[in-house]
Design a protein around this ligand. Structure first.
Ligand SMILES: [Ca+2]
Length: 160
């Protein structure tokens, strides 16, 4: 799994170079909910391949409006079937910092209280998911958690 994360980091570096050509972070992106479950690396690959010519990636969430937009775009029946979905933030190597996989940056975050905690019986929690439903008394739809990248989740792609 580590190699998959390193691959994602390399992708990120490549995207930073891409940004120099086109300011994708300021552009109007579209999100697409994918109701297939995949590991984090496979989900990112799917987004890249599906929108090869449109900067496909797992979705970055740069502000409150984008976070709400993602949640509102997935109806409640689907949310109940997929209570956790991968989004495009990954842990930067072994640090406490998470970065958006498309290379965009923002001060916005919406972590659940106590997250990211990097605590998992499987190992490092290097990938970010969003809760789509109320998970516990202290978890609300739209909040984020770090989790083990090998879990299979539905996911949110973005493209332009
Ligand atoms: Ca966690």
């Amino acid at each position: 799994m580590k190699s998959a994360i390193y691959m994602l980091i390399l992708i990120n570096v490549a995207v930073y170079a891409d940004r120099a050509r086109k300011d994708i972070c300021g552009g109007k992106k579209q999100y697409q909910f994918i109701n297939e479950t995949k590991t984090y690396a496979d989900a990112e690959l799917y987004c890249q391949q599906q929108w090869r010519n449109a900067n496909g990636h797992l979705g970055s969430i740069l502000n409150k409006e984008e976070n709400k937009h993602i949640l509102d775009s997935v109806n409640i029946t689907i949310r109940n079937n997929f209570p956790y979905v991968w989004i495009g933030a990954v842990r930067l190597m072994e640090s406490k910092t998470f970065i958006w996989i498309d290379g965009c940056t923002s001060n916005y975050s919406n972590w659940r209280s106590g997250q990211p905690d990097n605590i998992n019986k499987h190992g490092t929690e290097a990938c970010a998911e969003m809760y789509t439903v109320k998970d516990t008394e202290t978890t609300y739809p739209g909040q984020w958690n770090d989790n083990f990248c090998g879990h299979k989740r539905a996911f949110i792609c973005q493209h332009f």
